[in-house]
Design a protein around this ligand. Sequence first.
Ligand code: SF4
Ligand code: SF4
Length: 379
Amino acid sequence: MKRMGITACGSYDDAEVIRSLERLLAAAGGLEWVEPGMRIAVKTNLLSGSAPDRAVVTHPAVLAALCRMLTARGAIVTVGDSPGGPFTEGNLRRVYRLSGMEQVERAGARLNMDVGQRDASFSVGKVLRQLTCTSWLTDADAVISCCKLKTHAMMGMSANVKNLFGAIPGTMKPEYHFRFPDHRDFADMLVDINEYLRPRLYITDAVVGMEGNGPASGTPREIGALLAGTDPYGLDLLCAHIIGLAPGQVPTIVAAMERGLCGKEPDWPEISGDPKPFVMKDFQNIRQLRGIEFGDHMPGWLVPIGRLALQARPKASRKTCIGCAKCGKVCPAGAIAMVHKYPVIDTEKCIRCFCCQEFCPEGAMKVHRPLIARIMNPR
Ligand code: SF4
Ligand code: SF4
């Protein structure tokens, strides 16, 4: 049975997180299935090496609380992710250090150092029938996903379903962006990864989420909740509801609905706990998805004009750009040229994956909405 829940957690104080997580898991999916000696991989969100209070990564206090509960049941727990950049021991060590992951080791878990990868077949995948996964996840007896709730330029929101993109080795991610340049295909690919790996449990760290220019350069925002469950699509629907996104603004939710994996709104009777106190009416989302959907309702000849007039695209701020050229290096489409130390984007080549925005170390690359789009949709 699919179960999910939400509970209050007002801070990252260790004792408070443990109490909240125990209460939540008792009601929402639990850990009854964990057996002594079981090798459990906890897939966290370590997008980049970043101090936990910046809300880029899943907070180590949540991971540590989970690891304590798992090791108390005799499980052998490994925590990890494939962050942006090369999937190497050196990069992993750097990211773990900067993100405060020693707290996880103190809780009895190990940090993943296996940088192996496996090619896999997934014959029932909708768009992804062959994939390459990090082997520390595929080799585990069970996977638990533990994500951070953040805004995301390409997918509207980064939460439970999006978190599993980190199963793809770091340097291979741009290839997947290029393989699935259409947002709907990309969302289907993310759903396929979830269906392939099938984590036993999903946990969402929404104690402090991220709003604004997420998922790497936004502003931390207190939400005060932890969520958990066995159904990533239902949980994402609930997350979207909390931060004020309609289901149609999150392509992964749309993709799950089209496959019958997700209802049209959260299944309230199935949720343990009351989501109402956590709903944020003024949460700052990234309004760019109009560009994804407008083509469905326009005559073909109008689409190129509509795209130019309405479609959001990346644009660097001249005030904050330091000319480091990292955006050009991560761009899977080769659409960025540095001109006088400023990134100029070839809009014909750009596939709107927003990797440049995600990995800009200064938060200088923003999601730019054209004037007409802003007039039509002011928020
Ligand atoms: S990564 Fe950011 S700071 Fe560096 S050149 Fe690109 S926009 Fe500028
Ligand atoms: S310019 Fe940015 S959004 Fe466009 S393809 Fe390159 S990385 Fe993706």
